[in-house]
Design a binder for this molecule. Sequence first.
Ligand SMILES: Cc1ncc(COP(=O)(O)O)c(C=O)c1O
Length: 392
Amino acid sequence: MPSPTQLAQKISKSPTIAMNDKAKELAAEGHAVIGLAGGEPDFDTPAHIVDAAVKAIRDGETRYAAPSKGIQPLLEAIAQKLERDNALRVNPSSDIIVTPGGKLALFLALKALVDPGDEVLIPAPYWVSYPSITTMVGGVPVTVETSSADNYRLRLDQLREHTSDRTKVIIINSPCNPTGHMISSEEIEAIATLALENDLYIISDEIYAKLNFDGRPAVSLSSLPDIADRVIVVDGVSKAYAMTGWRLGWLAGPSSFMSVAGMFNSQTATAAATFTQHAAVAALTGPQDCVEEMRQSYEERRDFMVQAFNGIENMSCPDIEGAFYAFPKVDETSKSSEEVANIILEESLVVGVPGNAFGVTKDAHIRFSFAEDFNKLKEAVERIRAIADKLA
Ligand SMILES: Cc1ncc(COP(=O)(O)O)c(C=O)c1O
């Protein structure tokens, strides 16, 4: 019998899904599980966006989208957003590809950039999908591990140490899943220097950019004139507009890469769903107070989570600058993050994702989403507090 591709052996099931499966098993047995392993807003999609989709369906917008790279009003809305938020001027007709979700946008960006054996620098803690997608396109993921003790700072000397003549791309995610870290002006300078020294491309994953805290907006690498032509922006409506199930993302960057990514998009997805694209136009061009309300709510929950975890003996939770995840760690422990996550699941019925899933090798971190009901968050933290001595 023929066997699946050799690449398949290098890719493991998402640890987030594995933890969720385990939690579902416990819930099916009747246990009161609190699931904080996922990564999606607990809000409903705002009504005016839903209305735009319903209207589009009723108007017959149910055929293949044309052009396959995205309907013109959406390409224009994305171009306006990039000009407004990133100070980046792009040609909507040649520099943007709309995809069914930001994840596919990332896949297409890497597929357009990476030849087999090319290396991709991935700062850790990283979003779980970066190494897998890199491997799926034939690239080699190279992890650059940062630490909470150093405020997850990316340093130029460390980046240089991990760069070789096969390095082609660096992936930057700011605000970061799982840490919430936002790149500082020093880090921006380091990344720009590295990219220019080594002729690298930068994939800037900005999916959480609208969810930033303390009045400090996220700065996009694409806003730097010296490197703008090396930056491919990956973004989408999933997180900012509570639209995870709609599957709508995009990539934007140099037209030579966009034409390749567009070809791969049309040969795989064909196009994002037509009425979803109309909904995304309503999201990007309609009132933005819904985004601000959700952001404020995440900020309140962030305040609670940071304070609550820091109040548990032997646990610490650095400040969170954006996104909606807490990434606390057990300070003094001989246990791995997987062991800690399993104890928390089994003893307190709270589901988090162990830090090793995000490329953390040194400390016992666990990621908990706080895009959840406040009462559930309070209950989860209380349960963890009650078993904290078992984590040491
Ligand atoms: C860092 C990061 N980038 C991209 C995505 C992709 O989001 P989507 O495919 O829903 O647009 C996610 C989703 O969890 C994410 O956490």
